[in-house]
Design a protein around this ligand. Structure first.
Ligand SMILES: Nc1ncnc2c1ncn2[C@@H]1O[C@H](COP(=O)(O)OP(=O)(O)OP(=O)(O)O)[C@@H](O)[C@H]1O
Length: 330
């Protein structure tokens, strides 16, 4: 059953008299105990999308349309909830971890106390019990010597260990959904792998669903069950992971996969997608990828293609794919 069904979310920013569509008509479903990866270059709208689901978009941003139905009709539409209701959901049922643990951890408070705090906010309990649980959580996320390290400050931990502490805080109340926004981007590769393994272990143990934002297809390959490829606020392609990697169809996805080490045509050096993600004030008129797309034809520059189901469960936004026209580089 779908745990979260997001339909047609639009989150726009209003700046200098401009309307900037950071997330533009995004829909997806998150299934129970599965990981949905949202992949795209920096600026494609991944963070604004998950902040929208958590109702944490601040002025000058505004969610102008959409639904995020959590737990079928049991809990209802997150986007319609009052702030008080959302406070009960955040942390308790849907928790979030970020790229930079230091943005969440208080540098002046021992980490054990901060985990206790996460437990106190949502679950009442005896002081000693909460302390024991906080230590258990430290051990669960792989912090050795929890009893001793409990009193250490965040600065006494490495980046990877700080991320483990953040994860301990996030899973403290056994959330049903964990949103991980670029959780390993700031870490070096070996530590990255350890954190991803930890997330997989916790998913198995706690039956969590995960939304994982990343710009790294290697991380997607390792972690995801389902994938949404995002570009300029829109989903360009959506499919189960194996299908996406074996039959990528949208030129943007093909470009991203070509850039992965060990893939693509050029073996001597890594491929790149020419150009950069445009700012929302400067999106091209037709398909948002048209000005970087090596296959674009006339219509691509004029009209925005729809996201169309090409094969079962495999959705693609591209006129050429939709019309069965072979992709031939210009
Ligand atoms: N507070 C804000 N005010 C104005 N524009 C914003 C704000 N936050 C985000 N945006 C814009 O929304 C768009 C999407 O940004 P977002 O941070 O979601 O991208 P992203 O894919 O998560 O990239 P990154 O990984 O770099 O965070 C960008 O064009 C960004 O400039």
């Amino acid at each position: 059953m779908s745990l979260l069904r997001v339909s047609n979310i639009k989150t726009y920013f209003y700046l200098d008299g401009l309307e900037l569509p950071a997330v533009d008509d995004v829909s997806f479903t998150l299934e129970e105990n599965r990981t949905l990866a949202v992949i795209g270059e920096s600026g494609s709208g991944k963070s604004v999308l998950v902040l929208s689901i958590m109702k944490l978009v601040d002025y000058p941003g505004k969610i102008i349309e959409g639904e995020a139905i959590y737990d079928g009709n049991v809990k209802g539409d997150l986007l319609m909830m009052k702030e008080k209701q959302m406070q009960k959901i955040r942390g308790n049922e849907i928790a979030m971890i970020y790229q930079d643990p230091m943005s969440t951890l208080n540098p002046l408070i021992p980490v054990g106390k901060q985990i206790e705090e996460a437990l106190y906010i949502h679950k009442r309990g005896k002081k000693q019990e909460i302390k024991v649980r906080a230590m258990q959580l430290m051990t669960e996320v792989g912090i050795p010597d929890a009893e001793k390290r409990y009193y250490d400050l965040p600065k006494q931990f490495s980046g990877g260990m700080r991320q483990r502490i953040m994860i301990a805080m996030a899973i403290a109340c056994k959330p049903r959904i964990l949103i991980a926004d670029e959780p390993t981007t700031a870490l070096d590769v070996t530590i990255q792998a350890e954190i991803l393994d930890l997330l997989k272990k916790l998913q198995d143990e706690n039956q969590m669903s995960i939304i994982l934002n990343t710009h790294d297809l290697g991380v997607v390959e390792d972690m995801a069950h389902d994938v949404c490829v995002m570009y300029c606020g829109k989903i360009m392609e959506k499919a189960p992971k194996e299908e996406l990697f074996s039959h990528p169809m949208n030129p943007y996805t093909i470009g991203l996969i070509d850039c992965m080490p060990g893939r693509g045509e050029t073996k001597e050096r890594l491929n790149v997608i020419e150009g950069y993600v445009p700012h929302p004030s400067d999106f091209p008129k037709g398909c948002r990828f048209s000005n970087r797309c090596p296959y674009a034809v006339g219509k691509c520059y004029e009209e925005v293609p729809d996201l169309v189901e090409i094969t079962p469960e495999h959705y693609v936004r591209c006129f050429l794919v939709e019309e069965g026209i072979p992709l031939i580089k210009k």
